[in-house]
Design a protein around this ligand. Structure first.
Ligand SMILES: [Zn+2]
Length: 115
């Protein structure tokens, strides 16, 4: 039996837009990763935890973000959190601030309950 329709996978970053292959990024997320702009959603990773944040400023060598205020159930107020961080690209091509890593593309939120 060949199914009449093929289910699309969700974008690996925003988990909303449909993409043809598992693990793909949608075109909006690809733009936010390759060419981030002020106002874009992003995420700050520390250890196994992830916090949603918003891009404030982008220069050739830095990205400044402000953390979002989280309300639970995936609701956030963009840029309303208190923390602001300036990320620079390290020699591996990753955006870092001390031990924090910046994940461009989409907001996400995750706390590892084992810590
Ligand atoms: Zn996406």
């Amino acid at each position: 039996m060949i199914p009449a329709t093929v289910p699309y996978e969700k974008c690996r970053f925003c988990r909303q837009a449909d993409v043809p292959e598992l693990g793909d990024a949608c075109s909006d997320c690809k733009r936010r990763i390759n060419c981030p702009e002020a106002g874009d959603g992003c995420a700050v990773e520390i250890g196994s935890d992830t916090y949603p944040a918003t891009v404030l400023r982008v220069t050739a060598h830095t990205i400044v973000v402000r953390w979002d205020k989280e309300h639970g159930r995936g609701l956030t107020t963009p840029g309303a959190g208190g923390r602001e961080m300036r990320f620079v690209k390290n020699r591996h091509g990753r955006w870092v601030h001390r031990s924090y890593r910046l994940s461009l593309g989409a907001r996400s939120s995750r706390r590892d309950p084992s810590f």
